[in-house]
Design a protein around this ligand. Structure first.
Ligand SMILES: C[S@@+](CC[C@H](N)C(=O)[O-])C[C@H]1O[C@@H](n2cnc3c(N)ncnc32)[C@H](O)[C@@H]1O
Length: 347
């Protein structure tokens, strides 16, 4: 009893946190976090604000009150969201992290085929995750890139912004919905910015945005990173969280090197972790990273008979693979996102 008791308690805590993840997602999808951010309200008041059924809202509010996410005053029956919690769960800034819960609950929808892959090998293809994955990824990253792309990624390399202002050719590989492509195209009109991704739905979202913003220097195309068009040549190539889940990541890095002009730069934003499990034990995000890998990043690669690097491929393996591709001059800088490193690779 004495030895198992602490773990049994921890397990209760783990399940309670998992339950809160579901409730955070419900709050995000129903607009209840925004409704609570407007100020204290009863369950009926919240239901009215968010146009929802009161009985459901009351049960949800009970869950997130006991999860210590919101406060409850039994005298007035008012629920309230502390401002510091409101910042992380509502609003239009990159600090709103509620959609990370949506990603976790969404990955749960693939549980059956993933368990099958544990038994039979193979994996769950990217197509099984779309279109939801495309939308969730966009929702998770869009605001972060609006706030940080220029300031924290481009300006991290001295002189790069001057070159972009003068005019260079840029490619973002695995660009998803291409929001970064469109930000760069708008900010640096003398540069041409190309975005490649294998996902047709993501590329059409990016093209629609480029059209709406009237960006003549943005070009988004469906393209496999492992075999870039022969005539494509760039001064700057970027990948944002887009190498480790590819089917053929080494071929993709080889292509990146091959299609980069002499003196060019490759910025690889990818997961900050060690390639050695034992060195990740103290990383508080490591359980999340290995889970996301199992539930998505590794399995989509294995589904194509790919390398299955996984989210936690780590710095050591990343440097080895970059070296194999030809990048011998690599500097690693921390990103503002604690999950990522910025690999600055010079050709
Ligand atoms: C984790 S998402 C990141 C998307 C985007 N860069 C961002 O930061 O939001 C990885 C992207 O890589 C794309 N991808 C995966 N394999 C690819 C391949 N072989 N060629 C091109 N894109 C690929 C996926 O379709 C997906 O959009």
């Amino acid at each position: 009893m004495t030895t198992t008791q602490p773990f049994a308690e921890r397990l209760i805590d783990i399940y309670a946190s998992a339950a809160m993840t579901m409730m955070i997602d419900v709050g995000h999808q129903t607009g209840l976090w925004s409704a609570l951010a407007e100020g204290p309200a009863t369950s009926q008041g919240l239901a009215d604000r968010a146009d929802l059924n009161e009985r459901y809202v009351r049960e949800w509010a009970g869950a997130v009150t006991c999860g210590r996410i919101i406060d409850y005053d039994p005298e007035t029956k008012l629920f309230s969201l502390p401002p510091e919690h409101a910042e992380s769960l509502s609003g239009d800034t990159g600090k709103n992290r509620a959609m990370s819960a949506s990603m976790i609950t969404f990955f749960g929808t693939q549980m059956k085929p993933i368990v099958k892959s544990f038994r039979e090998g193979g994996g769950v293809p990217y197509s099984a995750y779309r279109p939801e994955f495309t939308d969730l990824m966009d929702e998770m990253r869009r605001r972060e890139y609006d706030e940080l792309l220029i300031d924290r990624y481009i300006r991290v390399v001295p002189g790069l912004e001057d070159r972009l202002r003068t005019g260079i050719s840029v490619c973002d590989i695995g660009c998803g919905t291409g929001h970064n492509v469109n930000i760069l195209a708008g900010e640096y009109p003398n540069s041409t910015i190309t975005g490649y991704d294998i996902a047709e739905d993501a590329i059409s979202v990016g093209n629609a945005e480029a059209k709406e913003l009237v960006l003549a220097n943005a070009k988004l195309e469906v393209q496999d990173a492992a075999a870039l068009p022969d005539d494509a040549q760039f001064d700057l190539i970027t990948t944002f969280d887009a190498v480790h889940d590819q089917a053929q990541p080494q071929a993709s890095l080889d292509e990146t090197f091959r299609h980069l002009n002499e003196g060019g730069l490759y910025l690889m934003i990818d997961v900050k972790a060690s390639s050695n499990l034992e060195e990740n034990l103290d990383n508080p995000m490591a359980p999340w990273m290995y889970t996301v890998s199992t539930m998505h990043c590794m399995t989509v690669s294995l589904a194509e008979g790919g390398a299955g690097l996984g989210t936690v491929w780590g710095e050591q393996l990343a440097l080895e693979m970059l070296g194999r591709a030809g990048f011998t001059n690599v500097e690693i800088k921390p990103s503002t996102n604690p999950l990522n490193n910025i690999y600055i690779c010079r050709k």
